[in-house]
Design a protein around this ligand. Structure first.
Ligand code: ZN
Length: 232
């Protein structure tokens, strides 16, 4: 089946670039992972708001994304904040902004990490945990800008709000990152070669974590070895 085109005008592209850059700067030190649409709209002017709403209301299934609609969930109350995570990248130390996980998922992650450390002396950090629907849209626009507005590519990689397992606390997804900064945006699939990934393949299920998007999955989503869903 041929998928539809999604034209983006030069003005919209420019607005998206501006929004992405500004929110990245302004987002530092703020609780962006759990921002709601009301607070997001307060950071935008009318034109920016219009373009954000256009992308919020996309049906990604018209464009080749086949994962199910999970619904726009309320921001849960049992979130645990994960602060001060640091990894080494290109010789320097990089800090991850505050991340959030529902409490049962956080506890399972800690158990998994303890077992990982016991077995191979490595630890995994949470690169991304719970993301509110508004945050999910910011992430989508960021990658649209990053991939030079290649909509067909981004729509298969980054979910529209309501379709993301990062916004689905009942079966919360996490993105892991190693303490040496893998994956990164330049070469994300490097993660599949790590000791940590090989350990996850053998052991993560014991802790309730399952790989959502293995190689050649039927959901139309790109292979994401770092993305695991908690299903318990
Ligand atoms: Zn993910």
């Amino acid at each position: 089946m041929r998928t539809k085109d999604f034209p983006i005008s030069p003005i919209e592209k420019q607005l998206i670039s501006v929004i992405s850059e500004r929110l990245e700067k302004e987002g530092e030190g703020r609780e962006m992972e759990i921002i709601d649409f009301h607070s997001l709209f307060k950071l935008l002017n009318q034109g920016e708001k219009t373009v954000v709403i256009k992308f919020r209301d996309i049906d990604p299934r018209l464009y080749g994304f086949k994962a199910p609609y999970l619904g726009k969930q309320k921001i849960p109350r049992n979130l645990i904040a994960i602060r001060n995570q640091k990894y080494v990248y290109k010789g320097g130390s990089k800090k991850i902004e505050t991340r959030y996980l529902p409490k049962p998922v956080y506890i399972a992650y800690q158990k998994l990490n303890a077992a990982l450390y016991k077995d191979v002396k490595r630890k995994l950090l949470i690169e991304s945990g719970y993301r509110s629907p508004a945050r999910q849209l910011i992430v989508f626009l960021y990658y649209l800008n990053f991939h030079k507005f290649n909509f067909q590519k981004v729509v298969k990689r980054v979910a529209i709000p309501g379709y993301s397992e990062h916004g689905f606390p009942k079966s919360q997804a996490v993105d892991f990152i190693t303490t040496d900064g893998i994956p990164n945006d330049e070469n994300p699939r490097e993660f599949a070669k790590t000791i940590e990934y090989k350990w996850l393949l053998k052991n993560a299920n014991r802790f309730g974590f399952y790989e959502s998007y293995p190689r050649n999955n039927k959901l139309g989503v790109t292979f994401e070895p770092w993305h695991w869903q908690f299903r318990k």
